[in-house]
Design a protein around this ligand. Structure first.
Ligand code: ADP
Length: 441
């Protein structure tokens, strides 16, 4: 009897142990399941990450391909944009050699050469500007300037061209002259306006073009409005990108490299504003841009425009002029233009020669100083000339046409700056500015 009880107790002990063992195994299994679930989740997460990375790589690849396409489109476009005017210049220069040309034919060929040259210069300026913007070298030069005057100037400048197309040009300045003063980069605001007005003329054949601004809170909101071909909705953002034109399929219909608006956009953003367009195909477009309005600047003196009076050149005394220039073509051009003011024109081909010429001729009135010259550049030559001659008027001239050149030239000791190609009228205004005064003293 006792033995039976003992056996039973042993069995039930064994069962309890077996049970515990099972419970333990169960717990272990649950643990494993939990671990596996975590591992599974980890795998799913890793998978998702991989898919995301793959999607990102696809986007990056598409961007790279797009940028490649843009580069090829750019090269094709640039090549066309540069070759076309060069064709006009070289072709018609060649034809001018023909001895039996009539006077009318000569004038026609010369006018084609002039137009092609101007077009070439535009594209080069755009390329230089966009490169400066992209390399972060474009500087902003904030000064007070009168917006009303700026708009009136642009109006007067473009009026003949717009009316020549049988269209009207109007402008709207909504602040009184005294309050229309902005502290901003005047040259950049002009560049934006000029670009928008040029586009308005280029992309319109009838109706009118308007420009102006309104005060909106802390900003002036400028507009250029046309009644031209308009821009499709789905292209209204892309046109502000580099090398992009609205109508891709019809690229050759209008000249242009698709750079103007991207330069304008970069400028507006540098000045703290925004640019956008509202447009309807077939009806026209209005481009808007904003510039912060700082009315503390108001009520200051309004700067007057320089006006070249009639017969101004004859009032300027005979000048002794030094042309410091290493490029033969540029030197010849300048010599012809300054002939009417100069009693004596001296020449130097390097910065060092320019200093020597000034040292040997203390009576020189005016120096045209090219900036890019062999041996010593124009900035350094000017600095050295200033050590012994404070009075001579030095006008820097450079072919780089970059915003900021003026400041560098003035810092070096130049009185003024004129970009190449030198325009006769601009040069006359400058000479008038420095030498008319001396006459009246
Ligand atoms: P470009 O005129 O040299 O091609 P832009 O950057 O100035 O380059 O302009 C980009 C594109 O935007 C133009 O090619 C044109 O398709 C479109 N566009 C710009 N201004 C106007 C406008 N006023 N009306 C219609 N389309 C315009």
């Amino acid at each position: 009897m006792m033995k039976k009880v003992m056996v039973k107790m042993k069995k039930s002990n064994e069962l309890i142990i077996a049970n515990k063992e099972l419970a333990f195994q169960n717990e272990e299994k649950e643990k494993r399941v939990a671990e596996l679930t975590i591992a599974n989740k980890e795998l799913i997460f890793q998978n998702e990450e991989k898919e995301k990375q793959a999607a990102e790589l696809t986007i990056a690849k598409e961007h790279a391909e797009e940028s490649d396409r843009l580069k090829s489109a750019f090269l094709a476009n640039m090549s066309h944009e540069i070759r076309t005017p060069m064709n006009g210049i070289l072709g018609f220069a060649e034809m001018l050699k023909e001895p039996k040309l009539t006077w009318e034919e000569q004038q026609e060929y010369i006018s084609i050469i002039e137009k092609s040259g101007a077009r070439m210069l535009n594209i080069i300026n755009d390329i230089v500007d966009i490169s400066k913007i992209e390399s972060g070298l474009m500087k902003v030069n904030m000064k007070e300037s009168n917006v009303n005057e700026q708009i009136e100037y642009i109006y007067t400048f473009f009026k003949p061209e717009v009316e020549g197309k049988g269209m009207q040009l109007f402008f709207k300045n909504s602040l009184p002259l005294k309050e229309a003063i902005l502290k901003t980069d005047r040259e950049k605001v002009s560049a934006i306006f000029i670009n928008l007005v040029k586009n308005a003329i280029k992309y319109s054949d009838k109706g009118s073009i308007g420009l102006g601004y309104e005060k909106k809170g802390k900003y002036l909101e400028f507009f250029v409005k046309d009644t031209g071909i308009g821009i499709p909705k789905d292209r209204q953002e892309a046109i502000f990108d580099r090398f992009v034109q609205a109508n891709i399929g019809d690229k050759r219909a209008f000249q242009g490299a698709g750079l103007g608006l991207s330069i304008s956009k970069a400028y507006v953003e540098m000045l703290g504003g925004k640019i956008w367009v509202e447009s309807e195909e077939g009806k026209g477009s209005t481009f808007y841009f904003t510039i912060p309005y700082n009315d503390e600047a108001a009520d200051k003196n309004v700067i007057q425009n320089v006006v070249l009076p009639e017969g101004a050149t004859s009032q300027i005394k005979d000048l002794k002029i030094l042309i410091a220039e290493d490029d033969e073509g540029s030197e010849k051009l300048l010599t012809v233009v300054v002939k009417m003011f100069g009693k004596e024109v001296l020449k130097a081909r390097t910065g060092v020669e320019a200093i020597e010429a000034c040292r040997n001729n203390p009576d020189i009135d005016l120096v045209f100083m090219d900036i890019q010259m062999p041996e010593m550049n124009g900035y350094e030559a000017t600095r050295q000339i200033r050590q012994f001659n404070q009075d001579v008027v030095i006008i820097a001239q450079t072919a780089y046409a970059l915003t900021g050149d003026r400041e560098l030239a003035i810092e070096a000791g130049c009185n003024d700056y004129i970009p190449k190609p030198i325009k006769k009228d601009n040069l006359m205004v400058l000479i008038q500015k420095y030498f008319k005064k001396q006459e009246t003293v």
